[in-house]
Every structure is written in C-alpha cells, then in structure tokens.
Design a protein around this ligand. Structure first.
Ligand code: PBG
Length: 325
C-alpha cells in the first residue's frame, strides 16, 4: 500500500536539492560571442537577436570589460567589415575590423579572460561562403586553408589567446597549428569547431554579420541526420592538434554533444547559437516562456549533456544571475 522507495525525499527542500545536484553552471563556464562592426556610429541592434548588438570599437571595449567583471570564462569575437570581397581580404589584413578589435579588447582586458576569435571567411566574403571559391563556384578546400593559416597568425598577433576555426574545411586545424608554430606562437590555442551542422538555427547570425550568402553550406557543414561523422571529425581535429573542440548548435544536438564528450580527450564546448537565443527571446517576449528559468534550464541541459563550457549570447546576464544565486 505504501511505496518502499521515495525519490521525492531528495527533493524536499532547496538545501536538499542543492546537496544532490549533479550539474552546475558557473560564470566561468560561459563564453560570450560578440560582434564588432567596422566604421563610426552607434552600436546597432540586431533585429532577430533582441538584446544583442553590432558593437562599435568603443562599445566593444566597454562590453568586454563588463563581461570580465561578470566573471565569464571567455570572449569570442566576430567582425563585420564595411567592405566584403571574393577572397575575404579583410580577414588577413592587420587593420581589418576583427584584428583591430582583438587588439583593442586585449589592451582592455589583458589576460583577465580568454580572448578568442572566429577564424572563418564568411563574415568577410561578398558571396558569404566560409572559404574562397573555385572556378566552378564550389568552395575550394585547400585554397581556403592557406587563407585560414594567414588569418590565424594575424589574429594571434592582434591578441587572440585562441583561434576558433569554424569553416569546416578538411585539415584546417593542422594547417593553422603549423602556421602558428612556424610564426613562433606555440602557446596560442586552437578552439576547433570540430562538429558543426548545416543548421537553420544559424539564421539570425547571418543578420548579425550581414552575410551575403545565397544557397547553403551543405557541402562543408554536417548533415543533421548524422552522428558518426562527428566522432570522425573529433578524431581528426585531435590528431591535428585541437586544444579544445566545439559542438554546434547545442540544444537540438545534445545527443551529439554527449557522444563527443564521452570520448574527447580535450575540453568540449557547446555553442548555443543565434537561433536558440532568438527562439527563447521570442517566446519570452510573448509571455509564453519564463525567460530566466528557461535560459538557466537550457544552460544546465547543455552542461549536463557534457559541455565543459557554453558559448552563449546570455553569458553576461546569466553570469550575474548565477552570482546572485
Ligand atoms: C561561421 C560561423 C557561423 C556561426 C558561428 N561561426 C555561421 C555559419 O556557419 O553559418 C553561427 C553562430 C550563431 O548562429 O550564433 N563563421
């Protein structure tokens, strides 16, 4: 008549629940992605990402300092150049927007946080692809690698502690490691986007960087139907020298994250992408979801699935909530 096992005992009080919680989220587990736009003016709100802006150089410095103050684990910078061209030449230019911003932010925050940079061409190319194009219009893997190598060195020389190759070109980690080492940057890290799906959840990001892409990235980003190739991508990136790896997106791919986290020998990051952000913000704005609880629940879920760190546009706000307790 009475149950002999009562799991509810461990849920009776907040103190009891805290005692037995298996997963925690701390400010240091959160990395803030930030956008910086070339040119003068004010920060520009991104319509599909309410609360996120394209920073100016000034507002970026300030926001970076605030994020450090909030205790986040790192910053990931993306540049939005004024002019784009077929080869994304702004990416390798030491005076290109992202390299200038890296110099600014590193001067502002020093080693108080980990400064990371997106090492990819899609923000810089006028066709919006993550690499340079061959004559037939396809993305030329090996020609792109040469540009990534140069871009990575420029970013580290501008102040990045870690570069984040996100273009899903085969061999990208290996060529970047070789180029950094050859330039004497043996301690600059590679945070490899090892697992990245051709996802509709990147939609708002394309607004954020004013991407010119028509078509899709399915010849280089992974098919959402697959998990096995994620383990292959992981193996290859580890062999090529990745210091940490990213799985992206996060919430729709928790099974993939789990599979990667179980076998990875380096820290695993998950990227809670623009579409995941927009989805929750839209529902919360309508009063359909409790905003703070939902955000913290998603972060807990991503950590529970195996992420050591989470890249999230909510990093600063969530870090403050977590500190409040
Ligand atoms: C590529 C890159 C993308 C994102 C991060 N790095 C866009 C893409 O691959 O289409 C998406 C991040 C997000 O959606 O929040 N440089």
């Amino acid at each position: 008549m009475f149950p002999s096992h009562r799991p509810r005992r461990l849920r009776t009080t907040p103190a009891m629940r805290r005692l037995v919680a298996e997963t925690s989220v701390e400010p240091r587990h959160l990395v803030l992605p930030m956008f910086v736009r070339e040119g003068a003016g004010e920060p520009i709100p991104i319509a599909s990402m309410p609360g996120v802006v394209q920073h100016t150089r000034d507002s970026l410095r300030k926001a970076a300092a605030e994020a450090v103050e909030a205790g986040v684990g790192g910053l990931m910078l993306f540049g939005v150049p004024e002019r784009k061209d077929p080869t994304g030449s702004g990416a390798v230019d030491e005076n290109g927007v992202l390299n200038v911003a890296l110099r600014d932010v590193r001067a502002e925050v020093g080693d108080a946080t980990v400064l990371m940079s997106d090492c990819c061409l899609d923000e810089f190319t006028d066709h919006g692809h993550c690499g340079v194009l061959a004559e037939d219009g396809s993305v030329d893997n090996d020609a792109t690698l040469r540009v990534y190598a140069e871009m990575a060195v420029a970013q580290v020389e501008a102040g990045a502690h870690m570069v984040g190759p996100s273009g899903m070109m085969d061999g990208q980690v290996g060529v970047i490691r070789e180029a950094l080492d050859a330039a004497g940057h043996v301690n600059a890290g590679i945070l490899a986007y090892s697992v990245k799906y051709a996802s509709a959840f990147f939609g708002p990001f394309r607004d954020a960087v004013e991407s010119a892409l028509t078509g899709d990235r399915k010849t280089y980003q992974q098919d959402p139907a697959n998990v096995r190739e994620s383990l292959r991508e992981l193996d290859l990136d580890l062999a090529e020298g990745a210091d940490a790896v990213i799985v992206k997106p996060a919430l729709p791919y928790l099974d993939v994250l789990r599979a990667v986290a179980e076998v990875s020998t380096v820290p695993v990051f998950a990227y809670q992408v623009s579409g995941e952000y927009a989805m929750v913000e839209a529902a919360a704005a309508n009063g359909w979801l409790e905003r703070r609880r939902t955000i913290l629940e998603t972060l807990t879920s991503v950590r529970r699935a195996g992420a050591d760190s989470v890249l999230t546009y909510w990093a600063v706000e969530a870090a403050r909530w977590l500190r409040e307790g």
